[in-house]
Structure formats: structure tokens, C-alpha cells
Design a protein around this ligand. Sequence first.
Ligand SMILES: [Zn+2]
Length: 316
Amino acid sequence: MRIKILGSAAGGGFPQWNCGCRNCNGVRDGSIRARPRTQTQIALEANPEYTLRTHWTLIGASPDLRSQIVADPDLRPFRHTNSSTPIYDVFLTSADVDSLMGLLHLREFQTFKIFSLPAVRRILAEENSIFRVLARAQPAVQWFSIPLASHAAWPKPLESHEPPRLICRAVSLGGEYPDFVGEKLRRELPPEEAVVGLALEYREKRLFIAPSLSGRNPQWKKWVESCDLVLIDGTFWSDDELIQQGRGKKTARQMGHLPLAGPAGLLEQYPYESRARKILIHINNTNPVLDEQSAQHRAVLAAGFEIAYDGMELTL
Ligand SMILES: [Zn+2]
């Protein structure tokens, strides 16, 4: 499985258009050592046996998706076709604007599959009619449900004669539905479907993806322990980061993100036993780890984490 990080920042990107924080100003004027980043977008190449063509899966659909696809030669239409794409499917982890707005970039009469929890589909279908543009393709974009795992167990291994395929489980992470979801619908939706992580397996290699980890449901730790690679929430360094910088009134935890530092933060809670390669993703522009000369940057590296950047490529 090949994994590409097409975007690694949280919502707003880095720098964010209207943000004058130390990091955003610093990356604009070159006074800090940091890389600009687009909004979080992951792509996986996991080819099923039935096709000789490359087969890419998008994890999330970022607001920057059009430019992220255009910038990557692997995601161009197949040669000698008038209309095609190696992108076959999109897996959604929540109904957050930053994780699905990019679906609108994929509206150009292209058929593909969307995998999500039923709640995310209902939010788009019942309250956000603009997403009906996806139904204009012939045949229309198809929706499928991702099975929600009740406990940390991988499906049984494939028999040797079975073709390789991408296996996915959704892991409830205990987050909340976005503010834009109407009261009536919100009351009907199951809380466990609001924000999920994805446990993916392909050719016996396992990957766990959780760009929004509230920490309210400890189930994620079990999955992390059984994976080879983990892409996990690096949104905020400290719980009061936005308040300190005058950029918001909510704490990281109130926004559904476990901060990296502090008591019971991600660095402290991360399973000690895990041998998986661990990479922070979805990094907010205010996070001091973005400054490559900061003490916080050094601290996460010393704790064994890597920090995702746009263009990072991984193989499993
Ligand atoms: Zn900023």
C-alpha cells in the first residue's frame, strides 16, 4: 500500500488567510523555519486484483482537493482517455466541513464511490442539497456504509487464493456532530457515528487514521497497538492554545481534539507498547510544532512522533 499525504494542516491551512498568529506571520515573512501546508488530505493506492489500473482511495475530501489532485501526477486521468480518473473511492470520517467540502471539487460528471457512516450520508442528503451535484454523473456517485467496529478486532485473514482488497472498519472516537447540523436531525443521529477513525488493512498491513481524536472514547488505543502505521490528530499543542493566541474561545478538548501536551494529552496517553510508526497530521496553524526550531517541535520528535508535511509518501 502506498500512502500519500497531500495535505497535512487542520482547517484553514497554513498560513490561514485571515490569521495573524506568530506561526502564520512567520511563514509568510520567512522569520520562522516552517513549511506551508494545505488542509488535511490522504490518498492510498491499494490495487484490487480485478483491475490492472492503479486504484487510489481518498481519505476525506479536503477544501483544497482540486489543487491537491492537480499537483500530483499519479492522480491524473489515464492516458489516451477523454475522461477518467484513478480515484475510485472516498472514505469520510465525519461531516466536518474540512473533511468533506472537497466532494464538490469531484462533481464534474465523474462516477466514484463514497464510504461513510450512515449519519454522514444523512447530513449531506437531508440538509445540504448542494451535494446533489454528485448525482449528475452517469451512473450517479454511489454511497456505501463503513461497518462500525464494536470492539478492537480485525476481520479474519484472507485465504491465500483470495484477491487482495482494502478492508476498512470505522472506530468511534467520541466526537460531536458539526455545529451546522440542524437540531432535529442531530437528535436522531447516533452519537457514535459523529467522528470516526479508520482502521484499514491491505495485504496484511494495518493502518489507523484519526485526524480528529477527542480522547473521550479510549477504544483508539487498542487499534493503535495492533497497527503498523498510525496517522493521528496533531491539531493543537496545548488545550488553551486558541484562547492564549486570541484566536478562539474554546479549548482544544471542547473542539474535539486531544492536545499533544499537558496532563492526559496525546503524548502522555499514547500506548507505550505500540511499535507502529506514528505520524501527527491535521496540524493547526497555531501549533508551535510547525516551527522547526521550537522546543515543542523537538519534544514531539523526541517522543518518537513524526510530523506530516504535504508531499510526504509512505509505503506499507
Ligand atoms: Zn495562524
